[in-house]
Ligand binder design. Structure first.
Ligand code: SF4
Ligand code: SF4
Length: 374
């Protein structure tokens, strides 16, 4: 019988700087990316399910209240971030949960809390657009051999776009009084915001098709093009994520300076040179942690303990991908459940209102006459 060959636990490896450093290999395989991809897949499936229900609900009213009736899925309001922001301000100012699109507010609240606890985990674990972007970047690497990195001046200037967009939304909503916010939400336009969004994609104009096609192509060429440069929702999550006590942290003693973490980082962060990643661009995807070969060198963790060995420093400080998944699930389902049991989840309008507004949603124009109320 063959004698099993002992795998050396410690080896000496050349670093990218050419020095030699002792590598203590990780004892357990990293499963973060398999787990994250499962979570992404399940969330895409949930969104597809909500999308089908919403489409059937709209078709019911478009057919004049005939055919299959499916209740309106309130979860679809997650695609109304502006309504979510307006409602959040209304709730902060008045203490009352708005009756129109309350789910948009609760979902935004859940994702903000997620960002406060787990950096921008929403973007890389849940957001279907983030998942699609990741898929497009991988497809781009297959087709073109690699993704492009824009020069620093272009990258920095383009990154400011999402903050400009966010600033515009925040400025407009910030200037509105509670009465104005309520007034806007209760206009036919506000009531039908989700139907109008569905119609935008159903009856996309040639301009919209060209713009969407261009975004798809750019996302194949440049990793996370939409998320990195244009998404105001991600910009908001990134700013809030600065509060997160959990960050990607590197242990300089355990690290062998191989640079593998920085190479795989989709946000092009210098993970191999910093001791903690504070950046608003870190989406807690854990790809850097998965790529790291050294035990206790890179973690998604709270601040380390003061101790002699890396194992002691990180003892009970690091969050495993299972714990990250549990926190995400707890916040998401916990907040949805809370909204449901307190009867604040659904927008309940009389059937006659939907009968009149849904088939005419395309003809409803933006209520410019709703003033800031100040
Ligand atoms: S630093 Fe790590 S967790 Fe953050 S974006 Fe880069 S690879 Fe993902
Ligand atoms: S932290 Fe980065 S540079 Fe250090 S060992 Fe891990 S992958 Fe290599």
């Amino acid at each position: 019988m063959a004698t099993p060959v002992a795998v050396p636990h410690e080896v000496t490896e050349k670093t990218i700087r050419g020095e030699k450093k002792k590598l203590v290999r990780r004892t357990k395989p990293d499963r973060s990316q398999q787990i994250r991809h499962w979570v992404q897949g399940l969330f895409v499936a949930l969104n597809a399910w909500l999308g089908i229900q919403f489409y059937l609900w709209v078709r019911y009213y478009e057919r004049g209240g005939t055919g299959l009736y499916v209740p309106r899925p309130a979860g679809g309001e997650g695609y109304l971030p502006i309504a979510g922001l307006m409602n959040l301000k209304y709730f902060a100012v008045t203490g009352h949960v708005p009756q129109v699109h309350p789910a948009a507010m609760y979902l935004l609240g859940a994702f903000l809390l997620m960002s406060i606890l787990l950096k921008k985990a929403f973007c890389s674990w849940l957001c279907p657009v983030g998942t699609f972007s990741e898929f497009l970047a991988a497809a781009g690497r297959r087709i073109f051999g690699r993704n492009l990195h824009l020069p620093t001046w272009a990258d920095v200037s383009l990154r400011s776009l999402k903050y400009i967009l966010l600033g515009l939304f925040v400025a407009v909503i910030g200037a509105m009084s509670a009465e104005a916010l309520l007034g806007f939400m209760n206009t036919p336009y506000g009531l039908m915001a989700d139907v109008k969004m569905l119609n935008f994609f159903r009856d996309a104009s040639m301009t919209a098709v060209v713009v969407l096609g261009l975004l798809v192509l750019l996302s194949m060429l440049v990793q996370n093009f939409w998320c990195r440069y244009l998404c105001p929702y991600g910009a908001l999550m990134g700013l809030v994520s600065l509060l997160s006590p959990v960050k990607i942290r590197r242990d300089e003693e355990a690290c062998i300076d191989c640079g593998k973490c920085a190479k795989v980082c989709p946000a092009s962060l210098k993970v191999d040179q910093l001791v903690q990643i504070r950046s608003v661009e870190c989406a807690a995807c854990l790809q850097c942690v998965a790529a790291c070969p050294a035990e206790n060198a890179l973690q998604f963790a709270l601040t380390p303990r003061k101790a002699q060995t890396a194992a002691q420093r990180w003892y009970r400080r690091a969050l495993s991908p299972v714990v990250v998944t549990c926190v995400i699930a707890y916040l998401f389902f916990g907040i949805v459940l809370y909204a449901r049991v307190t009867n604040h989840w659904k927008t309940d309008l009389p059937r006659e209102v939907y009968m009149e507004l849904v088939p005419n949603a395309d003809h409803l124009s933006h209520p410019r006459s709703v003033s800031t109320g100040q």
